[in-house]
Ligand binder design. Structure first.
Ligand SMILES: [Zn+2]
Length: 126
């Protein structure tokens, strides 16, 4: 495996994999250089998520950094669904939103990054 040290937009350096065709590698390097490192992205998500009313996540720093953007995306999904919900379902969506805000296990968010809404909705019988 070939590696290159790149500098992210935030100034932090990271070793990234540069296996692949020239075009793919160049795009991968450019994308990494234009983005924040995982830690800085996690810090920004954490601040935004506190403002949105999320509880503090529990888990390792790395897990929390990865989980913050996931639960923000899930909250956005819930709000889109809620805005299209029938009047009689509004209470259920309010409860679903509350559960998204209160779920504090970072590892749970990572495990359920693609099905969190479904899992939570099953529990409250939406
Ligand atoms: Zn950084």
């Amino acid at each position: 495996m070939a590696w290159r040290i790149i500098t992210h937009r935030c100034g932090h350096r990271e070793r990234i994999n540069v296996d692949g065709t020239y075009v793919v590698v160049e795009q991968r390097v450019r994308r990494a250089e234009e983005s924040l490192c995982a830690s800085c992205a996690g810090n920004i998500s954490r601040r935004d998520n506190m403002l949105a009313g999320f509880c503090t996540l529990l888990g390792s720093k790395d897990q929390c950094d990865r989980a913050e953007p996931i639960r923000m995306r899930v909250l956005n999904q819930v709000e889109v669904l809620a805005s299209h919900a029938r009047i009689e379902d509004r209470d259920a969506f309010r409860e679903l939103r509350r559960q998204v805000l209160c779920r504090d296990d970072a590892a749970w968010w990572i495990e359920h990054r693609n099905d969190a809404v479904t899992i939570l909705a099953q529990d409250i019988e939406l």
